[in-house]
Design a protein around this ligand. Structure first.
Ligand code: SAH
Length: 417
């Protein structure tokens, strides 16, 4: 998500003016106004505590929590007045003490390929200060829709090919701000059951934690947020449809499997420690062998639940046939998928994307070893959504198909669906 995050003020201003952009969310509530605690992001237990603090009798808590949960996460309501399953008296008490707030949508951009990118403002550190901004990107495809969300504002990772790597860590979003990215997306897409859409016909079917930041450095908030996102009585996105991408924070990988239980993606990007030390500096702490051991032992890993290895194609750096063969050798015995990602350059980036012929040959080696070797199709290039991470991990095309399309379409990356 690196490159796309840096929307300059000029760009923002022009984005606001041009055609399809400023479709504001139906719930533009700023996060936690007036210092009232936000109910979004609280577990059922914490919601129960919140209700107890309003003086509700203990024997009512379970039922009231269920009603609130349904209102917030199933129906997408943010105004207590609309929560008519609750008594008028309780609604008034809630209104006085709490808010149901999402991050504020600052800008919406729509790509010609249907990709939508939202710039979202989080609560400020201190009242009166501007809140930090993050992005979420929605990538629609045939039969599915993937939402890419951010786990941190900025990053501490310093990967030199990643634009986020050049940005300082500003802060860790709360669980509510992580869940809030999905709520805003559903607002903007009109996906709540009460809208005119058929509620079985879902628009956001998959979540990828592949936006800005390292999710395993904001572990508790990410875990708590994903618990809410996957709750069957609310947003109901199963953990199998949620993929968390890590640069390889080895000590947290076991906990990711046992405490979150989502699908895992690993930013491998190199097949020897010397190159990976440069591309993913965290490798100096957790080298490839340790990382792959953690993957082998990932709780729940199986042929049906494979780990995705992301590999960004950088010209002359990691894209030789010897690299491809070594990649196959390294992953032997690990239930794996491989995603080859064409590098997405950003202004001043010190790398170039490998050329298509090279990517093709690389993909062939990987294919012959039995991997589907999808090459991620860049999406939303016209809105700078596809700045590295911000493309669907599921938008896959065989390199050969991509190559053909690229030859016939002037900008295949945008027009492909
Ligand atoms: N910190 C996590 C998640 C964020 S990055 C991680 O490292 O996995 C999501 C993916 O996009 C990672 O694989 C990352 O290496 C990749 N990426 C970042 N910048 C990119 C760029 N400019 N071009 C292509 N891929 C990029």
């Amino acid at each position: 998500m690196a490159t796309s995050l840096d929307i300059s003020h000029e760009k923002r201003a022009s984005a606001r003016q041009s055609g399809p952009l400023p479709a504001l969310a139906p719930h533009p509530a700023p996060d936690a106004p007036a210092g009232k605690p936000n109910l979004v992001g609280l577990s059922r237990e914490a919601l129960g505590e919140a209700l107890l603090s309003l003086g509700l009798p203990r024997n009512q808590i379970r039922m009231r929590v269920g009603q609130l949960w349904n209102a917030i996460y199933h129906r997408g309501l943010s105004d207590f007045a609309d929560m008519t399953t609750l008594s008028r008296e309780l609604r008034a008490k809630l209104e006085e003490a709490f808010v149901v707030a999402r991050p504020e949508m600052v800008v919406e951009q729509k790509s010609v390929d249907g990709t939508r990118k939202w710039l979202l403002r989080l609560a400020p550190e201190k009242p009166g200060m501007p809140g930090p901004e993050i992005e979420a990107v929605y990538i629609p495809e045939e039969g599915r829709g993937t939402l890419c969300i951010s786990s941190q504002v900025g990053s501490t990772l310093t990967c030199p090919f990643s634009h986020t790597g050049t940005q300082k860590l500003v802060r860790n979003p709360t669980a509510g701000e992580i869940v809030g990215q999905l709520l805003v997306a559903r607002d903007a897409l009109g996906e709540w059951p009460d809208s005119s859409r058929n509620s079985n016909d879902r628009l956001v079917t998959n979540i990828v934690m592949m936006g800005m930041g390292e999710p395993l450095y904001n572990f508790e908030n990410v875990r708590d947020a994903l618990d809410i996102v996957s709750d069957g009585e609310g947003l109901s996105l199963s953990k199998r449809r949620i993929t968390l991408s890590t640069s390889g924070v080895v000590p947290m990988i076991e906990r990711t499997g046992s405490e979150i239980g989502c699908m895992l993606a690993v930013s491998l990007h190199a097949v020897n420690d010397e190159t990976r030390d440069r591309l993913v500096p965290l490798n100096k702490k957790y080298p490839i062998a340790e990382l792959l051991d953690a993957c082998r032992n990932y709780p729940g890993v199986s042929n049906a639940r494979r780990i995705t290895f992301e590999y960004v194609m950088l010209k002359g750096v990691n894209d030789s046939l010897a690299d491809a063969r070594e990649l196959v050798r390294l992953l032997k015995g690990i239930p794996a998928k491989i995603n080859l990602i064409p590098f997405n350059p950003w202004p001043g980036s010190p790398y170039e994307c490998s050329d298509w012929a090279t990517i093709e040959k690389f993909a062939d080696v990987v294919n012959r070893a039995g991997y589907a070797s999808p090459v991620r199709t860049p999406r939303g290039r016209d809105i700078m959504a596809a700045c590295g991470q911000l493309k669907s991990e599921t938008v896959k095309a065989r390199a050969s198909e991509r190559f053909k399309t690229a030859q016939t379409a002037p900008d295949a990356s945008i027009s492909e669906s």
